[in-house]
Design a protein around this ligand. Structure first.
Ligand code: C2E
Ligand code: MG
Ligand code: MG
Ligand code: MG
Length: 290
């Protein structure tokens, strides 16, 4: 209760709103120390060539173990890190760690595996970013053509021309560019031939319902359209055999999803290499009409 000009008035707080705000403040504050306290970790989700069934690469996905709140998903903390700027040091840490892990664990079993790293708008806007990338590549020894940077359409809205300049600087280093979550943003098709893209990742929402007639037709057309522009098509969020079968029939290039492998913790990679790779390969190559 407050008293203003002698008039008693009552302020009613929405308890949930308040709880959310407190939670958010804790995350904001926590992010400032997450790096120095060693609370971040990378998981790697394998991606497969749909024709051969072989591993084609790994997507690095960041995880945050908050000391009091426990695991916080990137979907929750990345937007906050973008707002308070901590995404810049976090993004560089992710990039370096992903390159290091490739050298430590993946290079021997998968010498040609591509390492995909998600980057945020703030990183792409940073004029020093290409320099940082080049430095990390030379320090970790990852061949540039094995690094793939994933951007999203929402990052391009502000200025496609500015984004394009940065993307060209990056491709000149030899790294590859993927457009992530394709189809969830605005005027998607417009971007396809205006950006130096090597891959387009069809958003999960375009994969979920492909077994329903009309939904599937759109997805099939997007795959063909993308490939006509000499861009590879990746399906993410593949969870069922039926989806895999259809994607194979439509000659999508690359698949990623829980059906084949969830994102792996560092400690799980060795077991994946010895046991799961051939299981996934068999699932893909044996995939036939249900
Ligand atoms: P994304 O880049 O589109 O990553 C794919 C997300 O889908 C991951 O969620 C992954 O765990 C999840 N996923 C994979 N297979 C399946 C499946 O079969 N079914 C379903 N339902 N989901 C699947 P995650 O790890 O929670 O990441 C969420 C988003 O956070 C990412 O979406 C990406 O945009 C962002 N993110 C993650 N790591 C980083 C990072 O290091 N930097 C930046 N800037 N963003 C990141
Ligand atoms: Mg991604
Ligand atoms: Mg995505
Ligand atoms: Mg994304």
């Amino acid at each position: 209760c407050t008293k203003e000009q002698g008039q008693p008035s009552i302020m009613i707080y929405d308890v949930n709103l308040l709880k959310n705000q407190i939670h958010r403040l804790k995350l904001e504050e926590g992010l400032l120390q997450a790096l120095s306290n060693d609370e971040l970790e990378l998981h790697f989700q394998p991606q497969f060539n749909i024709h051969s069934g072989k591993v084609r690469g790994f997507e690095a996905l960041v995880r945050w173990q908050h000391p009091k709140l426990g695991a916080v998903s990137p979907g929750e903390f990345i937007p906050i890190a973008e707002e308070n700027g901590t995404i810049l040091p976090i993004g560089l840490w992710v990039l370096r760690r992903a390159c290091e892990l490739y050298q430590e664990m993946l290079m021997v079993p998968f010498p040609e595996a591509v390492i995909s790293v998600n980057i945020s708008a703030l990183q792409l806007n940073d004029s020093y970013f290409p320099k940082h990338v080049s430095q990390i590549l030379s320090e970790t020894g990852l061949p540039p053509h094995l690094l793939e940077l994933e951007i999203t359409e929402s990052m391009l809205i502000a200025s496609i021309d500015a984004a394009n300049i940065r993307l060209k600087e990056l491709t000149q280093l030899g790294v590859r560019i993927a457009l992530d979550d394709f189809g969830t943003g605005y005027s998607s098709l417009h971007y396809l031939n205006r950006l130096p893209l090597h891959l387009v990742k069809l958003d999960k929402s375009f994969i979920r319902d492909i077994c329903k007639n009309n939904e599937g037709r759109i997805t099939e057309s997007i795959i063909r359209l993308v490939q006509d522009l000499d861009i590879q098509a990746v399906a993410e969020g593949v969870e069922s055999y039926d989806q895999l079968y259809l994607l194979k029939t439509w000659k999508c290039d690359i698949v990623q999803g829980f059906l084949l492998s969830k994102p792996l913790r560092e400690q799980e990679i060795a077991a994946f290499i010895t046991k799961q790779t051939s299981v996934a390969e068999n699932v893909i190559t044996a995939s036939s009409h249900p």
